[in-house]
Design a binder for this molecule. Structure first.
Ligand SMILES: [Fe+2]
Ligand SMILES: [Fe+2]
Length: 204
């Protein structure tokens, strides 16, 4: 792969880094609310584990910011959009708990985590792409952060997608695999998630 140092848009690179940080910060609030909505014991434990990892991702990004000379306190329009989105997810879980009851709130919580993790996952995928395309110290800092976080982000997304689907199946009265096959098979790739989903019938 050719290095494309000269063609990376520096402003957009910074924007991605700020959005990645804000996603991890907001993600912690989403997880705290989701833990409050989780009825299934394993789902609750899973959310607690993912919350701890998300806290660690914030720490990793803050030290990456120091290494590449970015001020973590600078706000951007993109950051404030993400802040509002995280608040909306938290509010929707609170509303579901109040108006829809615990089972509905658990479903809403699983879907809120999928939404938050979809953005988180994409941020890190892009950070991985940048680490490949850049050279020198910046690339090294990004690569080290990416290697620490990548697999956890894969799990956060694919496992929660599995939870949301199986919890819906259960409420519909359809056979459900709980915990979901993605979780049981420790899926970390999109292909693995597709395979786990295919094998769910055998797991019933
Ligand atoms: Fe994360
Ligand atoms: Fe995540």
């Amino acid at each position: 792969m050719p290095k494309s140092n000269g063609r990376i848009d520096g402003e957009q690179f910074q924007e991605l880094m700020y959005q990645a940080l804000e996603t991890e910060i907001g993600g912690q609030e989403v997880y705290k609310a989701a833990i409050g909505c989780a009825q299934n014991k394993e789902l609750k434990e899973d959310c607690q584990k993912d919350l701890k990892e998300t806290e660690n991702h914030e720490r990793i990004l803050r030290s990456t910011f120091e290494r590449i000379g970015l001020d973590a306190e600078i706000d951007t329009p993109g950051r404030s959009v993400l802040r509002a989105k995280a608040e909306a997810l938290v509010q929707s879980m609170k509303a579901a708990l109040q108006d829809g009851g615990p089972i509905a709130a658990q479903l809403v919580a699983a879907e809120c985590v999928v939404e938050a993790e979809t953005k988180d996952h994409q941020n890190w995928e892009l950070i991985g792409e940048l680490a490949e395309a850049l050279d020198g110290e910046k690339a090294k800092a990004l690569r080290e952060a990416f290697e620490e976080v990548e697999e956890e982000e894969d799990q956060h997304l694919y496992h929660t997608m599995g939870w949301a689907r199986e919890l819906w199946m259960e409420t519909l009265g359809l056979p459900a695999v709980l915990p979901p096959p993605e979780e049981e098979k420790m899926v970390t790739t999109a292909i693995g998630a597709a395979r786990a989903k295919q094998s769910r019938k055998e797991m019933l």
